[in-house]
Design a binder for this molecule. Structure first.
Ligand SMILES: Cc1cc2nc3c(=O)[nH]c(=O)nc-3n(C[C@H](O)[C@H](O)[C@H](O)COP(=O)(O)O)c2cc1C
Ligand code: SF4
Length: 512
């Protein structure tokens, strides 16, 4: 009897040798190999699963050297072995999650529309076609969904603005630039369940009256780019995209474009310039992209996770989604645990879980085994939080109240060997490197910031230079045109506020 064996071909699993493992397993007898995405338990990759009469049984992390002993132990029938993990869905890391947007990731064949349908796919779009544009926008608004790209803007309001805007044609643009440090949710989704993004974008098209969508993907994601392009071909062939979406009167098609590696091209207006073939530079607002976006036409621009969360909202209803969460942060967030952490990976759950639970209980603390000293939440523009703030719940407002942000949901963990003055310098360096150059506080301020931090590190007029650094951060925060220059003060100021001893190197060395 043919045995179905699942091996991820997610980029993280590939980096850990999944192709060689898959190749050996394909020669292990009567095996049907299915290449999936990842379930997001990165420390267990490559995680191999076998379909048995008792459900799927997982083994991991599997290396080429383990294959012969695994086969001898009866891997193909779910046999006992030190690497046997049992049923994946009962592993605590997965059992504790509320998987909505990532419900199929790591489970289905990413390029099989039949598999997608068999696991609940396409129900959301069927409902959108049935209820029409206004009711679809109302559902998205009522769900409380806010943009998962970083700014947390209500998705329904953005869609309504674009739907009401006048234009010869309209566009849906998906932001898959995923530039934040420690984030990989967009990539995992595009590699593991690309149809959910296609479905979400098509629903957005139907809702606002757009017939064309673009996905702007970062060039560092070759596997996501390839999988997503292959999924677009399948979707066109099977009538999910085209002149009559799923036999309806709606037309919609999607093209993928690849960026060239600038962080600022993740900012929505730079992204639009880049898509138009120009150098990616931030545009002044107004006009909003929803009024005048790509090629001057009304444009909805949303993050991958925002768009991919729409099908489940349309399928289960706004009420179902908005019941999950905390305060004004409704639904689930795929949180990405990275850096010096024992159990790194993707953890999707309702808003409200605390930072301490995420880092210590779920993430298991540091990989180095040393104590956690700081975590940076929300990418390179996010604040460094000390363990004293680990009671902060994952919620847009709670983080803002503590001068932080949740951004795209990335958490990067550092142990007690980290030097926060160096991290503050790195923030300024990053800003100088990635600045689009359009405004002075960011272009010049970041370079001055590096110089001031260097003077502090050298012990030169430390108090005066610390005051100057705070003053500079204030100017950058309130004088920058976009959030690159405007938010770089978050990592710098949080380092100053929570780790002031790192900025007193001379005194610290004297004390040691
Ligand atoms: C410097 C900078 C970089 C950004 N990078 C990204 C990115 O990589 N991905 C993303 O989705 N949003 C990014 N954003 C946020 C976008 O400008 C925009 O808010 C988002 O694409 C809107 O989609 P959403 O409402 O679904 O979050 C960035 C913003 C700034 C200021
Ligand atoms: S803040 Fe920086 S990246 Fe943003 S517009 Fe100004 S120069 Fe460009």
């Amino acid at each position: 009897m043919t045995v179905r064996v699942y091996v991820p071909r997610d980029a993280a699993a590939l980096a850990l040798g999944a192709d060689a493992v898959a190749s050996l397993l394909s020669q292990a007898g009567d095996v049907e190999l299915v290449r999936t995405g990842s379930r997001g338990l990165v420390w267990l990759e490559p995680m191999v699963e076998v379909a048995t009469s008792a459900g799927r049984i997982a083994y991991g992390p599997v290396t080429v050297a383990d294959i012969s002993s695994l086969l001898a132990a009866g891997l193909l029938v779910g046999g006992a072995h030190p690497l046997r993990l049992g049923r994946p869905e009962v592993l605590p890391y997965l059992a504790k999650q509320t998987r909505l947007t990532f419900a199929r990731c790591g489970i289905v064949d990413p390029l099989s529309l039949d598999d997608y349908r068999a696991h609940g796919g396409l129900k959301g779009i069927a409902r959108a076609i049935e209820i029409g544009s206004a009711a679809t926008i109302e559902q998205v608004t009522q769900s409380g969904l806010r943009g998962r790209g970083g700014a947390g803007f209500p998705t329904g309001i953005k869609w309504k603005t674009a739907a009401e805007a006048k234009g010869e044609r309209k566009f849906i643009v998906c932001n898959a630039d995923e530039g934040d440090s420690g984030t990989f949710a967009d990539r995992m989704l595009m590699e593991g369940d690309p149809f959910v993004l296609i479905e979400g974008m098509t629903i957005a098209g139907i809702a606002v009256g757009a017939t064309k969508g673009y996905v702007y993907t970062r060039s560092e994601y070759p596997h996501a780019i390839a999988t997503f392009n292959a999924a677009l071909d399948v979707a066109r062939r099977e009538g999910l995209l085209g002149a009559n979406v799923l036999g309806s009167s709606h037309a919609f098609d999607i093209e993928q474009r690849v960026g060239a590696g600038a962080y600022v091209c993740g900012e929505e207006t730079s992204l639009l310039d880049s898509l138009e073939g120009k150098r990616g530079q931030v545009r002044t607002k107004p006009p909003l992209p929803a009024h005048k976006g790509l090629f001057g036409m009304p444009t909805v621009i949303n993050n991958v996770v925002s768009l991919a969360s729409v099908p489940i909202i349309m399928d289960k209803g706004a009420e179902f989604y908005r019941e999950i969460g905390l305060g004004r942060s409704r639904g689930t967030m795929p949180i990405q645990l990275a850096g010096n952490i024992k159990y790194g990976g993707l953890f999707e759950c309702g808003f409200g879980v605390t930072l301490g639970e995420l880092v210590n209980d779920i993430g298991g603390g540091t990989l180095s085994g040393r104590s956690v000293r700081a975590v940076q939440v929300g990418g390179p523009l996010g604040a460094y939080f000390p363990p004293a703030l680990f009671d902060t719940p994952f919620d847009y407002e709670a983080f803002a109240a503590r001068d932080g942000l949740i951004g795209h949901g990335g958490i990067v963990v550092f142990d007690d060997t980290v030097d926060l003055a160096k991290q503050a310098r790195f923030a300024m360096e990053f800003c100088a490197e990635e600045s689009c150059g359009k405004c002075t506080p960011c272009r010049i301020g970041s370079v001055r910031g590096i110089e001031v931090i260097d003077r502090i590190a050298a012990g030169e007029a430390v108090d005066a230079n610390l005051d100057l650094l705070r003053d500079l951060c204030h100017t950058m925060k309130f004088g920058s045109l976009c959030a690159l220059g405007g938010f770089i003060p978050y990592p710098v100021m949080s380092a100053l506020d929570h780790f002031p001893e790192d900025f007193r190197p001379v005194r610290r060395e004297a004390a040691e």
